[in-house]
Design a binder for this molecule. Structure first.
Ligand code: SF4
Length: 506
């Protein structure tokens, strides 16, 4: 199977942001999986081509990007006031706003609301609530809500097709927008056959047939659901309106059919006014799925009597965001509208796969967002992520809100070096190697003497079976070669070549 086994372990108040594996350790698994790389390569190339074509159609695309960037900068500058305005508007229209500092608190609030609804059902002589339906949502993945609900005996059923595939296979998403991007059609068919009761055993792997099977599976669930949980792509501060954009219509069913609707939203998802939505509703679909317009845009403002959910809750999630906001460079990562364009153009993501990032936020945006939300401590998973990039800049070019990801990566690398220096009284192997290199290179004679050691490098390569590459360096340099091959030194240095060819003319 292309997905492989996901071995990350997640825990603590931060939910699914942290992993026990560093990026290089995770990337090893991804790089060994040829099927995963083929699936990813095919899918990202297809989305890239679609996106490029529809972006080319828009004459003012660059102006739209600048507008999106400016709106987000304004939101970050006025976030506290805008959040208060949003709370007032939602409350005035019959909704209830809850504030959650971290994943644990958010999960506790959602669970409390479901239990409240369940008690009402039991009091009315109906069965307790033991199942909820979900609209695809990054925020609820971030806080590990499904797992928290499962522990309390409540099943959370994903209704987005790709999310459903991941859930049925007991897998982890590997892409923001297409969580099952690492699976091909044959694999999906097998997952349905193995895990969907009542599925037609003659099911083919045609996309339409697979979608129909999922639809039949979900329909029964929608009609019975009493509680739905969603995320939100945008929240309009001036009116208290929440918005979800999606492609399949399953989200619309979740948002309208159940009696109770609970939305979990990161505090950065705000826009000040309705007019601002106009910009993002153009930028988002073209950047994410390569569509001119997303098929379903659902918006709701508080409670409407006799129409849709009669109990509407909004959980505003911090989970490290105010700390990220305090960093003048890093805060731009909070501008992200989760379109996933940066993932689809990233050469590192395409080869390593989303699981390597050990967080619900993979790819270039994950490499800058996760360390800020989860915190950097000088070593470990979050500290390894800013290095998960070649700094080629493709992500910056693709980002619809102009987040300068390469600059944030460099900024976070500097922060990591500072944190590591403060945490270790003795220099790390990397610092010692850099200091030694500086000492050697700052003196011509020392540099010439060091070249004599290059023959050993060539020999190492030959001993490891490839004269052009060194696969493993001896300690303390083995940390470097654990994740990359090192080119073996050339047979002749520049100085040797110079004295051999021009030496007589000196
Ligand atoms: S960083 Fe930019 S390109 Fe990447 S997901 Fe966010 S908005 Fe999209």
């Amino acid at each position: 199977m292309g997905g492989g086994t996901v071995t990350h372990h997640y825990a603590g108040a931060h939910g699914f942001l942290r992993s026990e594996q560093t990026f290089p350790q995770g990337a090893h698994d991804g790089l060994r999986n040829a099927q995963l790389r083929r699936n990813l390569g095919h899918a990202t190339a297809t989305i890239r081509a679609k996106r490029a074509a529809v972006v080319d159609e828009v004459p003012d695309w660059e102006a739209l990007r600048s507008a999106g960037s400016a709106i987000k900068t304004e939101v970050m500058a006025r976030l506290p006031a805008l959040l208060v305005q949003l709370e007032e508007q939602v409350t005035a229209r019959g909704g209830v706003v809850h504030w959650a500092r971290d994943a644990e608190e958010a999960n506790r609030i959602v669970l409390g609301l479901i239990r409240e609804k369940s008690a009402q059902e039991v009091a009315a002589g109906r069965a307790p609530v033991d199942q909820v339906v979900k609209v695809k949502s990054m925020a609820t993945q971030e806080i590990a809500l499904n797992e928290a609900l499962a522990e309390a005996g409540i099943a959370a059923l994903e209704t987005d097709l790709a999310e459903l595939i991941v859930q049925l296979a007991d897998d982890k998403p590997s892409h923001i927008l297409v969580p099952a991007i690492h699976r091909n059609r044959a694999e999906i068919r097998q997952i349905f056959l193995d895990h969907m009761p009542d599925v037609d055993p003659d099911l083919t792997d045609e996309p339409r047939v697979l979608a129909m099977a999922a639809r039949a599976h979900l329909r029964r669930t929608f009609l019975a659901a009493r509680v739905a949980i969603s995320g939100a792509n945008f929240a309009v501060a001036e009116t208290g309106t929440l918005a979800v954009v999606e492609s399949e219509g399953n989200g619309r069913m979740c948002l309208t059919l159940p009696e109770t609707l609970i939305t979990v939203m990161g505090i950065e998802k705000l826009v000040p006014t309705w007019r601002d939505l106009e910009v993002f509703l153009q930028l988002l679909p073209r950047s994410s799925t390569g569509e001119r317009m997303n098929p379903y845009t659902s918006m709701w403002t508080g409670v409407t009597e006799g129409d849709g959910p009669q109990s509407v809750h909004l959980v505003l999630l911090d989970n490290g965001r105010t700390e990220a906001l305090a960093d003048e460079v890093g805060r731009a990562a909070l501008h992200c509208i989760r379109c996933s364009a940066c993932l689809n153009v990233c050469p590192v993501y395409e080869r390593a796969g989303g699981h390597a990032y050990g967080s619900v936020y993979p790819g270039p945006i994950g490499a800058v967002l996760t360390p800020q939300l989860a915190g950097m401590h000088g070593s470990g998973h979050a500290d390894s992520l800013p290095y998960a990039s070649s700094l080629c800049g493709a992500c910056y070019d693709a980002c619809p809100v102009k987040i300068d990801i390469p600059s944030i990566l460099v900024h976070l690398r500097a922060r990591h070096v500072e944190t590591a220096r403060a945490a270790h009284r003795l220099p790390t192997a990397e610092q010692a190697a850099m200091a030694a290199a500086a000492w050697v290179m700052s003196d011509g004679r020392r540099f010439a003497a060091s070249e004599k050691g290059l023959g050993a490098g060539r020999l190492l390569g030959r001993l490891q079976g490839d004269a052009s590459r060194i696969r493993a360096l001896p300690p303390p340099f083995n940390a470097w070669s654990a994740a990359r091959d090192t080119p073996a030194p050339p047979p002749e240095t520049f100085r040797q070549w110079w004295s051999r060819t021009r030496g007589s003319r000196r």
